[in-house]
Design a protein around this ligand. Structure first.
Ligand code: SF4
Ligand code: SF4
Length: 180
């Protein structure tokens, strides 16, 4: 498996990175997860190998771990979903849904590329090696697909109060953590 193993410093730090933002996926992470869920798809020639209907159904499952997010420059990509939020990742900050008190609930092999490529450092200046340029190249074939889901659901969740309820639930959860 490519990437960097977490260093000793990650044990001390206990996942500051995971408490701020879910790791970014590469398309190969999505396809691995789809195969793991028994959804037929092929690696390699990935473009066109997943339909909108299949991806949407996958993202809408209760156990879904992923969210569509958008960079300032407009690039759509997938990242780990944040606690209390859904598959449209409008929130800038949040704790990854896979983070537990014992650390990441995913095995190293299951972690998205943005997690495997975060090079930890003893001075905690950890450096992301899965760059924005690499992401742009990897996600280019999926822009239309991700954008069409985003453009259907983002206004809907904004208008019907879904995002407000997510915010409230997140703040409640944050308070419950500080109360304990
Ligand atoms: S990669 Fe850096 S921020 Fe993330 S857990 Fe390790 S030391 Fe902490
Ligand atoms: S998947 Fe694991 S390593 Fe990545 S942000 Fe979530 S808890 Fe952290």
């Amino acid at each position: 498996m490519d990437g960097f193993q977490p260093g000793e410093e990650c044990i001390i730090c206990q996942g500051k990175c995971c408490r701020e933002h879910g790791c970014v996926l590469a398309p190969c992470d999505l396809f691995r997860a789809l195969r793991g869920a028994g959804i037929p798809c092929r690696m390699g020639d990935e473009e066109g190998q997943i339909t909108r209907e299949t991806l949407l159904a996958f993202l809408q499952r209760e156990e879904n771990l992923f969210a569509i997010d958008r960079m300032h420059g407009g690039l759509y990509f997938l990242r780990m979903r944040h606690k209390c939020y859904n598959f449209i990742g409008v929130d800038a900050m949040g704790e990854c849904v896979a983070l537990t008190e014992k650390g990441c609930s995913l095995s190293y092999e299951e972690r998205p590329k943005g997690g495997r490529y975060l090079k930890s450092s003893p001075d905690f200046h950890c450096a992301q090696q899965y760059t924005a340029e690499m992401m742009a190249e990897d996600w280019a074939p999926f822009q239309e697909l991700l954008q069409s889901i985003w453009e259907e659901y983002e206004p809907k969740f904004e208008a019907d109060g879904t995002f407000d309820r997510c915010d409230e639930e997140y703040f409640r959860w944050m308070r419950s953590k500080t109360d304990t």
